[in-house]
Design a protein. Structure first.
Length: 483
């Protein structure tokens, strides 16, 4: 069935409305890499209407604008050939999104007025707010994984700061408004005037990765770099192959930081040298993000994910690769679920969130887009990883770990390199194939108990459930913020 169709965007509660003539379609969907929306179909006989809400709820959270990306518009039996120009729906960068219909593709972007897409316009915004003479606010500018989520150490610090110093303003840098920010916080979309103003006005910046765009410190501003994991793989100045430009960028970046947070003494030593972070303090306080592994409720997380009580849960969380954008394909999650009878959670690295797409399958749940990793570690009965720093966090739980590493020689010898011999110290078995993994999952993990104990003694001594308290206390005691 084909018909002449018309299309329009409706603001307010943003919707894409498509109308046509003829028999009523049986189904209508918007399908993107990290979100799926069903259209509401009305009419029939002579004409029909499909309304696609441009908002979605995930993991039981509030309805938020669709994540940035391209969505296929599918209406059964209808060929979509409509074109709609780009439009900001919602009126500002604090509500809504930007959308454009190109045939059967809906392109969604952050709700930043297109006038600010121009590099000259961004430069003007930067100069406007960096050069301001107005006083700094008693505020924090948080950013986690380049604004792709609101989790990790910055999230845990936010929650403790909101508890003990509720008068502090909390801004969160986000790539778009599909990112759920903590209660009481203010979302600011990267590149918007609000974003530039907030980053310039906040007395303290708390980030877990490099500061994007050009950052110019205002007098009195401080930067707390929490980083995002104890390193196994070589990073920054220690990466294989000397590149003068990379080295210069590393040193320039680390000079922006006033304080560096480390999970343990081992990480502090590595990070100080890898980032040439000399003559400035490193706080070795454990990782705030791991407080949830001590104090959280795994049953609540399982309910949120739709997992029945008593189910075995395996979490597959590999790191990213320098030579590919999407998650590695060394494991078939659906086959693993069938072979083990478990529910398999798949968690890609934050760098695979935007270019990738959700994995589907029976008893498989893709949780790459879940707001924070710590609750997933809490919900899992076992972790399957490779070279990810998640191995250093999961030790807090005391639950088994398995290392699926078919490319270890390539990764260790060509891509990154390691700081220590993983095979000699891993607190669980290293396997090369999925068959070996299934066999290891059926074996008694007690044979790795001694290594596991040594691992947690070295890496998790300060992960006692109170790291957030200690970090926030130091922030307030040292006058980086006022209560």
């Amino acid at each position: 069935m084909t018909s002449q169709i018309t299309a329009r965007f409706e603001p307010g509660d943003p919707q894409l409305v498509i109308q046509g003539a003829g028999a009523r379609p049986a189904s209508a969907t918007l399908t993107g890499p990290r979100a799926h929306v069903d259209g509401r179909i009305t009419g029939g006989g002579k004409t029909w209407t499909v309304r696609f809400p441009l908002r979605a709820s995930r993991w039981g959270g509030p309805e938020l604008p669709l994540p940035t990306g391209e969505y296929r518009v599918g209406i059964e039996g209808v060929e979509i050939d409509a074109q709609l120009p780009m439009r900001v729906l919602g009126g500002s960068s604090r509500a809504g999104l930007r959308a454009e219909l190109r045939g059967a593709a809906l392109v969604v972007g952050p709700p930043v007025d297109p006038v600010y897409d121009d590099p000259d316009a961004q430069g003007a915004l930067e100069r406007r707010y960096v050069d301001r003479a107005t006083p700094l606010e008693n505020a924090v500018f948080f950013e986690s994984f380049y604004g792709r989520g609101a989790g990790c150490n910055p999230f845990a610090i936010d929650r403790e700061l909101a508890r003990v110093a509720p008068g502090v303003i909390r801004y969160w840098s986000v790539v778009d408004l599909s990112v759920r920010v903590p209660e009481g916080a203010v979302a600011v979309v990267e590149g918007s005037p609000e974003w530039w103003r907030a980053r310039s006005a906040a007395r303290l910046l708390v980030v877990n990765d490099w500061l994007r765009r050009r950052y110019v410190r205002r007098r009195g501003q401080k930067v707390l770099q929490t980083w995002h994991g104890t390193p196994l793989k070589r990073l920054a100045l220690h990466r294989p192959g000397f590149d003068p430009r990379r080295a210069g960028a590393v040193v320039k970046e680390s000079l922006r930081w006033d304080v560096l947070l480390a999970q343990n003494p081992y990480a502090a030593r590595i990070l100080r040298k890898a980032y040439a972070f000399f003559a400035r303090p490193i706080w070795v306080e454990g990782y705030p993000r791991n407080d949830a592994l001590v104090n959280g409720d795994p049953a609540a997380i399982r309910r949120e994910l739709g997992i029945a009580p008593g189910e075995r849960v395996l979490l597959y969380a590999p790191t990213w690769r320098d030579d590919r954008q999407e998650i590695v394909d060394f494991l078939d999650p659906e086959a693993l679920a069938a072979e083990t009878g478990a529910v398999v959670l798949v968690r890609g690295h934050s760098r695979t969130l935007l270019p990738g797409h959700d994995v589907a399958g029976a008893r498989v749940i893709d949780v790459t887009g879940y707001p924070d990793a710590a609750p997933l570690l809490l919900a899992a009965d076992a972790l399957i990883t490779d070279y990810s720093s998640v191995m250093f966090d999961f030790g807090v739980t005391g639950k088994p770990m398995y290392f699926l590493v078919p490319d270890m020689e390539h990764y260790r010898g060509e891509l990154r390199g390691f700081y220590f011999d993983l095979a000699a110290r891993a607190p669980g078995p290293l396997v090369r194939t999925q068959d070996e993994l299934v066999a290891a999952l059926a074996a008694d993990p007690a044979e790795h108990a001694d290594r596991y104990a040594a691992w947690t003694a070295r890496f998790n001594a300060r992960d006692d459930g109170r790291a957030s308290e200690r970090v926030v206390a130091r922030i307030l005691d040292q006058g980086l913020l006022d209560r």
